[in-house]
Structure formats: C-alpha cells, structure tokens
Design a protein around this ligand. Structure first.
Ligand code: NA7
Length: 542
C-alpha cells in the first residue's frame, strides 16, 4: 500500500476530545492548556511546523508591531524566565523560534498533524460530534472543535486583469517561500503599501536592481527606532513581570500607556506638537496614538496627529512632490492600521526606487512582461504582492463549516459576521473560536487577546466536562444583541472612515462591517468573566 491509498476507510476515523486547528500563538496555548487538563487533543496545521502567521510571513523585513517583551505568553513563567529577545521589536525569525521553543517545551508539537489542511468541519447532531476532514483524506471526530486559525492568515491577491498572462516571478508577502528569494539584480515591483509593503520595500530596494512601488493608498508610519534590546531593560521587565501582567490586563489595548486626561484640542498647536514629538521618540505606537483620549473618536483631534505624521514624511523625503504623494490624506490616522517601519520613507530617496501613484495612474492590466498602467508599460522580473488578507473571517470561512441542521457558516455570515462575544456562533454547537470576529482581537496586543480567550475557553470546557454538559451553543438573541452592540460602539469611532481590512473593505464584495469589538480588552474581559459567573449567560447549555 502506498501513501496515496490511505483513505478514511483504511485508516479509520480518529476520535479525540478536542480538535484545535492552527499552530500559531493561539493553537499552541490552547493545546497546552487542554493537555494540562488531561484531554485527548489533535492539532491540525497546514504549515510544516508551528508558528501560524509567523510561519508564513517570512518576507524580508517582517517584524511585529508590538514590543518583543510584551509579545510573549504570560502564563508559562519558565518561558518568561528564559526569553531573551535580541531586539526591541522582534523580527519574524526570532518570533518563529520563540514559538518553536514554546511548543516543544510545552509538549505541544507532537500533538499536531502538520502539512495538513482541513477541508471541511461538519457537526453530526445525532452523535453530538464534529467530523473534521483533511486534504490527506483523514477524518477526525471530536466533541469540542476549536478553530484557532488567526485573523490574518488568508492572503489575497486581487483579481488583476491579465494576471495569468504574466510570465515573471510572483510572490505574496503572506506566503513567502521558506528558502527565501534572490532578488539581486532584478527589476522588481511591489504592489501595496500597508504594514507588509512598508516593511518589505526598504529590504527589496537594497537588493534589487530597480524597485517600482505601486501605491493605491499611502500609509501613516512610525519609525521602529533603535532595535537592539537593552539587557537591563529585559531584566527589569522580568523582575516586575507581575506588575506588567496586571497593567496589560487592565488596559484597553493590552499595552499599558499613560494617556493625557483631556482632548487633543485643549492643547495649543505648539503644546500638542511637543507632546507628539516626545511620544514619537519613545518609538512605541500605543504611547503616541493613544496619547489623547479623543484621537480615534474626534475628526478634528485626529487631524492634529495626522498632520504631525505628514510633517515627518516631509522631513524624510527630499522631493516635496513625492513626499506629498506619500502622505495619507483620504482617511484619519488609525482608521487603517498604523504601520511601523525602518527607513521606509527614506527608501524613496534612492535612485533605484520609483513610486507609481495608482490614483493618478491606474493599473490597467498585467502583460506577459509586466504591468500596464494608464501612462505606459513597466517591465519586471518579479512582482511582490503586499496586498494583504481576507482578514478576521477569511480563515474561518475557508474551513467549510457546517453546523446544526445543515447551517453553513458562510450563509450565517453572508451579511457580515455574527457571534456571541466572538467566542461562539448560534447553530454551531461546541465550536469555540479564538479571537473570532466580535472580540477585541486585532485592536490589541494580540497575544493578550489570545491568552484571554484561551484561558476562558479552557476554563469553560473544564467546567462543562465536570458538569457532564453535552452541548453549548450561543443563544441567538444574545448573539444578535452582542453584534448590535459591537456595531453601535464602532459607529462612535473613526474606524468606519478607512477602507481597511478591519471592516472587510479591502476585499471586493465583502460586507463592510467593523469585525472587532472596539470597547477595549479590559472591559471585554470583565464582560466575559461576568457571563461565566452568571452561569454562562447567553449560552444554551445542555
Ligand atoms: P494591508 O494592510 O491590507 O495592505 C494591503 C495593501 O495592498 C494596501 O496598501 C492596499 O491598498 C493594497 N492593495 C490591495 N488591493 C489592491 C489593489 N487591487 N490594487 C492596488 N493596491 C491594492 O495588508 P498588509 O499585509 O500590509 O498588512 C496586514 C496586517 O498584517 C497589518 O495591518 C498588520 O497587522 C499585520 P488600499 O489601502 O486598500 O488602497
């Protein structure tokens, strides 16, 4: 018998207590906690190893926008003691090796089936079990089904006319080849200037013969600043770790900061700019963008910080017209995720770098040799798509999930995702999502959001098992109320003003809905704890 002969009938169906999909920060933590409870767990992961987002995003320059010391698990103290990041903001290889080490030390790695993609997940209501099928022809059954698939895992390449005709190399930042790419001496295009574009562009410019950047919307961007990690800072952080954990858990973004207690508009322009300058030099995004409490809710207040950022661009780009083209003016700072960079704007001062403003010179089609815009043809050896993700919902929908009475998740979310607390969906019993839509997910230090969800779900499963509960499901009314609450709160912010992946506006045809709970992780944590303490209010528990 060969490997290709293996089918569900020959290998049988493997039955476990819990299936966890995804071996990123959330999947590793979830599996570790369930193993601690003594449950049988099967992890399934499409990549050849752990890492999730940090497994796939291997493009040159890939770096996290959270401080490395704050981008780690807090529950596993032995990992905290040994974690010695070399840089203040961690680059992809260091995060990946942190996660590999964590998964090994926590005994999680061996519980994952790698190189395996889930093709469907179907709830069998007679047996009260989930049936999970994979692209290897395997089947698994479980009582508890936990997709921990992450909010930024499904890359998107827009449907550009003629793309199939292009004969050069193509890459997407979110699925960068494991062995790297040799761009030396090549004519390279990068499409997209979001977080990934802003990071990859300076690195490509150093290697390529020429680089042409196709920009549709300019980015607000903060400098990473000096990168080396100060050993004393690290030691003090570890010595005061409990204090850090307390502060991170009682703050809206999972990152402690000290906002001023009044509107930006109560300061004079001079006072404000002095405040912004001091915060800019801290090189920590939350310290700057949360410095006044109304920057994300009041357009006039936001205008002041947006203008401060535009001034920084003018100070870095020598050609004033180019600086203006690189300056965001169509959305308030923060309505699209703010980016962090090392030398991004200065890269446009290089002789081998050119910017095409797609709003002035639209992209018409791909040709065999490159890209044709309204002004003419551009030839390339390689095109890099830094065009982002089908964010927040994309990875859940890809799993082809069918719940009670044949309900399809794709239908349930056709007009935008509806969940109860971002944890469960009505008609999909015993399926817990980690950082699902309707939770604070990407608006926080995501590791904090992940830990809050994983802790809550692990505790809930332990409780339900102890009380011989067979099914748990979101109550439809509770779900509707939560979804409405999320939408009402988002309407008070400036998030709807940006055509961003936060709202699905980056994907043609996707419903435009703010997919994260904007009320802050601290308040959200209190709501989840209160729901638990009130006998899991809003869940139907049988
Ligand atoms: P983003 O932030 O969604 O950025 C994607 C970029 O690609 C952005 O500049 C888009 O312009 C551009 N884009 C997308 N579609 C097109 C088309 N059709 N034509 C031209 N340009 C296009 O994704 P990233 O990977 O950079 O970052 C995602 C998150 O990952 C990031 O926020 C961090 O949290 C980590 P647009 O702005 O839509 O006009």
């Amino acid at each position: 018998m060969t490997a290709t002969d293996i089918s569900p009938t020959t290998v049988g169906v493997r039955t476990v207590d819990v299936i966890v999909i995804g071996a990123g920060f959330s999947g590793i933590d979830m599996v570790a906690q369930l193993l601690e409870q003594g449950r049988s767990v099967q992890g399934i992961e499409a990549g050849s190893g752990v890492g999730g987002t940090w497994y796939w995003n291997r493009y040159p320059g890939a770096r996290c926008d959270c401080i490395s010391l704050e981008y780690q698990y807090t529950r596993f103290r032995h990992l905290v003691e040994e974690f010695r990041p070399s840089e203040r903001y961690p680059a992809q290889p260091e995060i990946l090796s942190y996660l590999q080490n964590a998964a090994d030390k926590l005994g999680v790695t061996e519980h994952f089936r790698f190189n395996t993609r889930v093709t469907s997940a179907t709830y069998d209501q007679d047996a009260n079990r989930w049936l999970i099928r994979t692209d290897r022809g395997e089947e698994y059954r479980c009582k508890w089904f936990i997709p921990a698939v992450g909010c930024l895992s499904t890359g998107q390449i827009p449907d550009f006319p003629g793309l199939a005709n292009y004969r050069g190399e193509t890459y997407h930042t979110g699925t960068w080849p494991k062995g790297g790419v040799d761009l030396a001496g090549k004519r390279v295009a990068v499409i997209g200037t979001g977080s990934s574009g802003v990071q990859v562009i300076p690195e490509v410019a150093k290697q390529a013969a020429s680089l042409t950047v196709f920009q549709r919307t300019p980015a607000f961007s903060l400098d990473y600043g000096p990168l080396p990690m100060d050993a004393q800072v690290r030691d003090e952080f570890v010595a005061n770790f409990d204090d850090y954990v307390h502060k991170s858990r009682t703050t809206p973004a999972g990152q402690y900061t000290e906002p001023l207690p009044h509107s930006a508009l109560e300061h004079s322009e001079e006072e404000r700019n002095a405040v912004y300058e001091e915060r800019w030099n801290r090189h920590r995004a939350i310290d700057l963008i949360a410095v006044y409490p109304d920057l994300f809710t009041n357009m006039d207040a936001n205008h002041t910080i947006s203008e401060f950022f535009r001034g920084k661009i003018r100070s870095k780009v020598t050609d004033p017209a180019l600086a203006e083209t690189l300056s965001p003016r169509t959305y308030p700072l923060g309505a699209k995720r703010m980016t962090l960079n090392t030398g991004y704007f200065e890269t446009y001062n290089r002789e081998n770098v050119r910017l095409v403003d797609l709003r002035q010179d639209p992209l018409l089609e791909f040709t065999e040799t490159g890209i044709r815009t309204e002004s003419g043809e551009h030839e390339f050896d390689a095109v890099i798509f830094a065009t982002g993700f089908d964010a927040v919902t994309g990875s859940w929908l890809k799993l082809n999930i069918t719940g009670r009475d044949g309900a399809k998740l794709a239908d349930a979310w056709a007009d935008g995702p509806e969940t109860y607390l971002g944890l469960m969906v009505s008609e999909f019993p015993n399926m817990f999502m980690i950082t699902g839509p309707g939770s604070p997910n990407v608006l926080t230090n995501v590791v904090c959001a992940i830990e809050q969800h994983v802790d809550w779900v692990a505790e809930a499963i332990a409780h339900f098992e102890e009380h011989d509960v067979q099914t748990v499901e979101a109550d439809e009314t509770a779900q509707t109320e939560w979804t409405e609450t999320c939408a009402e709160m988002a309407a008070y912010t400036l998030y709807p003003e940006g055509n961003s992946w936060y709202t699905g506006a980056n994907i043609p045809g996707k419903p435009k809905v703010m997919m994260s709970y904007v009320g802050g992780l601290d308040g959200y944590r209190r709501i989840c704890d209160d729901v638990r303490d009130d006998s899991y209010r809003g869940f139907i528990v049988k």
